[in-house]
Ligand binder design. Structure first.
Ligand code: CA
Ligand code: CA
Ligand code: CA
Length: 276
């Protein structure tokens, strides 16, 4: 009996220990077929931009000891047509993902503007405090872009310690210490899908432009001025992959205004708070 009790207690301790070690996992889903920004964006015409490459379907953030593991899934298999390893890259070529996190949900606290070139802002009570950048570019290049174009946000932009590609998924690992604490379901999240542009405009953070008419390496369906959001897909509503989230995305990204002279107001984005 004693032996049995000891065995049971060991088992309980192992189970309890396992539960304590398993950190928070946060998962968002996104419907297919909404890789069109505010509703009418089209892919560049070059064959490297395969259908579905910018169509977000799932994002998972996992607390893993002193790391946070982020897995982003898109509809199409992730390819590396420009051989990223030849330029110190991460095993893919055309996508770029930025995960914005609002850690305090406090009016006026955080960054209102998205990274330069995304042409978006965030709602006043949902300003981002940390942004996790997953680019095909290696660490040195991304760091140089941050210093040159987003210096004021530098301490809040996180670059992964490792990136790998598995089928339709990109997996990136970040230092938890850079995030400032354990992942929390009380935080807000917003995931933006863009295309990594290796030769960006001089103020753009590796972003590919959206123009009125698409081109070989330009998205279409937007404006030639920088008033339109340069975002192909994002999470919306409750981020459970429901069809209604498409119109919620279109509505959110459609809150921008372009004037005839090129001025305008930028789209205002909302975060998704898993705890509501
Ligand atoms: Ca999608
Ligand atoms: Ca905030
Ligand atoms: Ca979406």
């Amino acid at each position: 009996m004693k032996k049995f009790l000891t065995g049971s207690m060991t088992l309980l301790m192992v189970l309890y220990g396992g539960m304590a070690l398993a950190g928070t996992t946060i998962e968002f889903s996104d419907p297919k077929g909404d890789d069109d920004g505010p509703g009418k964006y089209t892919y560049p015409t070059d064959a490297v931009y395969t259908p579905g490459s910018f169509d977000l379907t799932n994002v998972e953030l996992e607390d893993a000891g002193d790391k946070v593991k982020v897995t982003v899934t898109v509809k199409a298999k992730i390819e590396d047509p420009w051989d990223s390893k030849a330029w110190d890259g991460n095993g893919f070529s055309v996508q770029m993902f930025v995960i914005h996190i609002d850690t305090d949900h406090k009016a006026g606290s955080g960054h209102k503007d998205g990274l330069p070139g995304f042409n978006v802002t965030f709602a006043d009570d949902q300003l981002w405090d940390k942004a996790l950048v997953i680019s095909p570019q290696g660490k040195t290049r991304v760091q140089a872009e941050v210093t040159a174009k987003a210096a004021a946000m530098k301490k809040d932009i996180l670059i992964p310690t490792s990136v790998s590609v598995r089928g339709r998924k990109v997996v990136a690992t970040f230092n938890k210490s850079d995030l400032g604490g354990d992942l929390s379901k009380s935080w807000g999240y917003q995931v933006l899908v863009q295309s990594n542009e290796g030769f960006p405009d001089k103020t753009d953070f590796l972003t590919r432009k959206v123009n009125e008419f698409g081109g070989q390496h330009r998205f279409g369906g937007g404006s030639d001025y920088d008033c339109d959001p340069h975002v192909m897909d994002l999470i919306a509503g409750k981020a459970q992959g429901e069809g209604s989230e498409k119109s919620e995305q279109h509505k959110m990204l459609g809150t921008f205004k372009c004037n005839a002279d090129g001025s305008g107001t930028r789209a205002v984005l909302q975060m998704v708070y898993p705890e509501g």
